[in-house]
Write a protein that binds this ligand. Structure first.
Ligand code: SAM
Length: 721
């Protein structure tokens, strides 16, 4: 349908799930690997255009819904965007408008089953030079043949008039509807209660999405949007953080079936609801209530989560509980929650209405027994207001800026956490900000609404994730006090090691990254494929397998120089012209052409000429696993006696000239040097490297160069001096 509406479009039909300026953090990959997509729900045609443009529509898409994709969704600049499959996106056109009206005559609400698959990074279709034919998959080609009795071929799509195109669209849509059964239970608007709070937003970001994206798919900065988000404290939660938080809450709840009454006082589009639905059995979620100040967002969120019965209240959470109107109309407020998880808005105190703040402070005194500092940001009032909503014994978990741990205004909140509830855990996410559009550093605070366990202790963790932190300090409750600054708790006992205490790796080796192919799946191939494609030996190189497939510290060579004691693959690395390849190895040439179609557009691949020649990289003498768990530090070094090259899952160590001479003096020296490398301690590694979830530590070449060896073979020192 995309090709019928816009035959010249080069974009692969897709649903955008994540669109953030920041790269996917390492620990998020796990979540993206975990979630399988096996169905998608097509709810019907829609447009991002504002109503009544006489020139017609400039956008037309089919709205989609998917609980599985919601769990992964992150578009910080477009918090209200909906999943969609674009059919038309260009100049305003009468055709697009007619197509929209035509598609509206169908029932839709189709649940389409898909072969189970994961979300993938954006790939563009490689565009062979001069090829301007509409791109159709074999299945789409077949479909076109079927609905037109073979009368219209892909190439004719460029030439047919609008009327024929509309007829074709009708036939295709009819075919779609006859292939897929409608799924009625999903229809409906969702539960939304309007408490008459805010006026709807002046202009929906729903349609600003397309304003901001050019054909290239590059996001144009629009400061105004961001400013607006800052004003409203709208830093939406990355899905990997939401899932981490919910998983942690799950681990805390009684293992027996525990009926959850979930509440999110700043529900936004419901990323915590998505994580909840992914983490718990449906039967365990007894009820779910969200509160959201933005009326339009409330309606969208209620619709998005209608199938789980999420009740969304368009209301001001703080004002409803602490404001002068009190809780008179707050029906939702009477329904106490036993699990509250939220990322409240971080609006600065200066942006808050002074009269309201004054009311909130005195109401907090009455309801919680503590009066927030006048300079408190909005999130502090959220926590105090939630005290009323949380059931006794219930669990609350907040994603907060770390500021409260060391600011003066944070002192009352620290006091609250120590004296009014049972504080269980404080976790600070390491590294740069978790939000792609904000610079705050964030932490999670977890407590139970019950008396503080003054004889117990509180776990402060840092780095990695909540479920798998890098550092943990257990602080006895009686040692914590609100006047003290909590971030001192984290002052690590680890200091980066001095660079020149002994001999560093950089004194002995040139350290380089392994080869980045840009598409290992296609360039790193098995022996079977090599045989099938009859690739001559000079156009391929043996390549080291993943580290877990190398049990020992030494990779031995067979009599041809290939690895002898481990499984290995082949790396395609060839500088011959295509014509030469086609003459000598026609199957291989075909394969390369296919690769080019698939991945020829990727940055790394495109830059190489020819694209199947890899960067020059000699077989390294030693390798170091780029990323691994901390408890296996020494084992990350391996001696490579084979001719195998290494990919960028390794750092490659090439001995400097003096070291090379010393190595050549005796076969035993290689092993002595391996032992020396393996003497690098965990502490040094941890202090120099970057930590990720599950205790994974990654070292960049510069960081590896700076590591000191704890022992150095005597003869080597002499050889160097
Ligand atoms: C930081 S965002 C979090 C959204 C979503 N829960 C997430 O984690 O991605 C805060 C949300 O709270 C809403 N909000 C702001 N002030 C509010 C208030 N006083 N009462 C209820 N919701 C509010 C904003 O519209 C926004 O959707």
């Amino acid at each position: 349908m995309r090709r019928i509406c816009q035959p010249r479009s080069r974009s692969r039909p897709h649903v955008t799930v994540r669109y953030a300026r920041r790269e996917l953090p390492e620990f998020a990959e796990e979540l993206y690997d975990q979630v399988w997509l096996d169905r998608i729900y097509l709810s019907g045609p829609d447009t991002f255009d504002a109503p009544s443009n006489a020139e017609g529509l400039s956008t037309l898409f089919v709205r989609c819904e998917s609980e599985q994709l919601e769990r992964l969704s992150y578009k910080p600049d477009f918090p209200d965007s909906v999943f969609h499959l674009t059919l038309y996106d260009g100049r305003p056109s009468q055709f697009a408008e007619k197509a929209y009206l035509l598609l509206c005559t169908f029932d839709w609400h189709l649940e389409v089953k898909l072969p189970p698959s994961h979300v993938e990074p954006i790939r563009k279709i490689a565009d062979a030079a001069g090829n301007t034919l509409p791109r159709l998959t074999p299945a789409a080609r077949q479909l076109l043949g079927r609905v037109t009795n073979g009368d219209i071929k892909a190439e004719s799509l460029l030439r047919i008039g609008d009327d024929v195109r509309l007829e074709l669209l009708r036939l295709t849509c009819y075919e779609l509807h006859s292939m897929v059964m409608p799924s009625s239970p999903e229809v409906g608007k969702g539960i939304v209660h309007n408490h008459g709070r805010t006026p709807p937003m002046a202009q929906g970001e729903l349609w600003s999405f397309f304003d901001l994206i050019r054909d290239s798919g590059v996001l144009k900065p629009r400061e105004a949007v961001n400013r607006d988000h800052r004003r409203n404290g709208l830093y939406i939660t990355p899905p990997e953080i939401a899932s981490d938080m919910v998983a942690c809450a799950h681990a805390l709840l009684p293992s027996q079936s525990y009926p959850i009454d979930f509440g999110d006082p700043a529900v936004g589009s419901g990323i915590f609801v998505a994580a909840l639905v992914g983490e718990f059995n449906r039967g365990d979620i007894r009820s779910a209530i969200g509160v959201e100040a933005d009326e339009r967002r409330s309606a969208l969120t209620a619709e998005r989560w209608r199938h789980i019965g999420l009740e969304v209240n368009s209301d001001d959470f703080v004002e409803r509980i602490l404001g002068d109107a009190g809780d008179v109309n707050g029906a939702w407020l009477a329904q106490k929650r036993n699990l509250v998880i939220a990322n409240p808005p971080y609006v600065r105190s200066q942006g808050l209405d002074a009269a309201r703040v004054s009311h909130w402070r005195s109401a907090s005194g009455g309801k919680v027994g503590l009066v927030p500092d006048a300079r408190s940001d909005l999130y502090v009032y959220f926590i105090f207001a939630a005290h009323t909503w949380l059931e006794a014994g219930g669990v609350a978990m907040w994603l907060l800026p770390t500021e409260f741990m060391f600011t003066r205004y944070g002192q009352v909140l620290r006091k609250y956490l120590l004296e009014k509830v049972d504080l269980i855990r404080v976790h600070v996410y390491g590294g740069p900000s978790q939000f792609s559009n904000a610079r705050v550093s964030s932490c999670v605070v977890l407590y139970r609404k019950s008396h503080p366990q003054s004889t117990g202790s509180v776990a402060f963790t840092q780095g990695g994730t909540l479920m798998s932190p890098v550092e943990r300090v257990s602080v006895p409750w009686r040692d914590l006090n609100a006047e003290g600054k909590w971030q001192r708790i984290f002052q690590s006992s680890l200091q980066p090691v001095g660079t020149k205490t002994l001999v560093t790796i950089g004194d002995l080796f040139v350290v380089r990254r392994g080869i980045a192919t840009g598409a290992n799946r296609f360039f790193v191939i098995s022996q079977e494929l090599v045989d099938a494609l009859q690739i001559p030996a000079r156009w391929r190189k043996p390549v080291l397998p993943k580290a877990f497939l190398i049990p020992s510290g030494v990779i031995e060579a067979d009599n041809q120089g290939n690895p002898g004691n481990i499984p290995f693959s082949w790396l395609i690395d060839c500088d011959a012209h295509m014509a030469e390849i086609a003459a000598e190895a026609p199957f291989f040439a075909e394969y390369l052409k296919e690769i080019e179609m698939e991945v020829g557009d990727r940055e790394l691949v495109r830059r190489r000429k020819p694209f199947y020649r890899q960067e020059a990289n000699r077989p390294p003498r030693f390798v170091f696993t780029y990323m691994a768990r901390q408890n296996s530090v020494g084992k990350r070094f391996r001696l490579n006696r084979s001719n195998a090259v290494a990919l960028n899952n390794y750092l490659c160590l090439y001995p400097l000239a003096g070291v090379e001479t010393w190595l050549a003096a005796s076969v035993a020296n290689e092993l002595l040097l391996l032992d020396a490398l393996r003497s690098v301690g965990n502490t040094a590694l941890k202090a120099n490297g970057r930590e990720y979830s599950g205790g994974l530590i990654k070292l960049e070449p510069r960081e590896l160069r700076d590591l000191s060896l704890a022992v150095v073979p005597l003869g080597l020192i002499e050889a160097l001096t």
